[in-house]
Design a protein around this ligand. Structure first.
Ligand SMILES: [Zn+2]
Ligand SMILES: [Zn+2]
Length: 224
C-alpha cells in the first residue's frame, strides 16, 4: 500500500506587488476545484486549472483587499463562476479598485459584484468535501477563514502569517478584534492544522501558538 493521497490538493500562486498567495483547492476524487483569493498570479491559476481539466465551481474571498481580488476578472474570463464574500467586506470590495490605484495598480478588467454572501458556520462544497466558513474580523471587517477538518487545512488569508499577524493600521482594521479572532478561530483548531496564509510560507497552528512573537508578546503567551 502506498501513502494515502490527500482528499484535497491545495496549490499556492504567489504574485504581484504584495506577493499575495492565491489558492486553487481541488477535491482530488471528483476533480472539482474552487479558487480562493485570486490575485496577480491568476493567469498561472487558469493555466493549472486547464492542466488539471477540473471543473471550477466558485470563487471564495477571505476578504476583499485589492491584492486578493485583482485576479477575479481573469478567472471570470475563464469561467463564469459565482464570487462569494462576507457581507461585512462589501465595503472593502467597493474600495478595492481605488485602493489599488493609490499604489499605481490597475485591475485587468472590470471587477464584477459578488454574487453570494458567505455566512459564518456555512459549509461550502469542494467536490464531496466542505470547507467551514469561520468569521475572523480584525484585519478586514468581513474577513473569513475557510477550514477543512478532514483535510487538516485552513485558508487564513491575512489573519495570521508564519511569525506574524495581519495589519490593522488600515481602514476597517481593529487590533483587539484581530487578536480575538485568532484566539477564537485559529488557536482552537487542532495543532497539526496547516495554515495557508495570504502572504508568505505556510505554517501550522502549533508553530504559531508556540512561536508567533505577536501573540506571545501581546498577551504574555496567554493566548496559547
Ligand atoms: Zn488584506
Ligand atoms: Zn493580503
Amino acid at each position: 500500500m502506498g501513502p494515502t493521497k490527500p482528499a484535497l490538493e491545495v496549490a499556492s500562486f504567489p504574485g504581484g506587488a504584495f506577493a499575495e498567495n492565491g489558492y486553487l483547492v481541488r477535491h482530488v476524487a471528483t476533480n472539482r476545484v474552487v479558487v480562493v483569493d485570486p490575485g496577480a498570479a491568476a493567469p498561472a491559476m487558469v493555466r493549472v486549472l486547464k492542466e488539471w481539466g477540473g471543473s471550477l465551481d466558485a470563487i471564495y474571498l477571505t476578504h476583499a483587499h485589492f491584492d486578493h481580488v485583482e485576479g477575479i476578472p481573469i478567472v471570470r474570463k475563464h469561467a463564469d463562476v459565482p464570487i462569494h464574500l462576507h457581507a461585512s467586506d462589501q465595503i472593502t470590495y467597493d474600495r478595492a479598485e481605488a485602493r489599488g490605484a493609490m499604489f499605481g495598480l490597475k485591475l485587468p478588467g472590470p471587477l464584477p459584484p459578488p454574487d453570494r454572501v458567505l455566512a459564518p458556520g456555512e459549509a461550502v462544497p469542494v467536490g464531496d468535501l466542505t470547507l467551514e466558513v469561520r468569521f475572523a474580523p480584525g484585519h478586514a471587517p468581513g474577513h473569513v477563514i475557510l477550514y477543512s477538518e478532514e483535510a487538516q487545512v485552513a485558508l487564513v488569508g491575512d489573519v495570521i502569517f508564519q511569525g506574524s499577524i495581519g495589519r490593522t493600521d488600515i481602514p476597517g482594521g481593529d487590533f483587539l478584534q484581530l487578536i480575538d479572532s485568532i484566539r477564537r478561530e485559529v488557536l482552537t483548531l487542532p495543532d497539526a492544522t496547516r495554515l495557508l496564509s495570504g502572504h508568505g510560507p505556510e505554517t501550522t497552528v502549533e508553530r504559531e501558538r508556540m512561536g508567533n512573537p505577536f501573540l506571545i508578546s501581546q498577551m504574555r503567551g496567554g493566548l496559547a
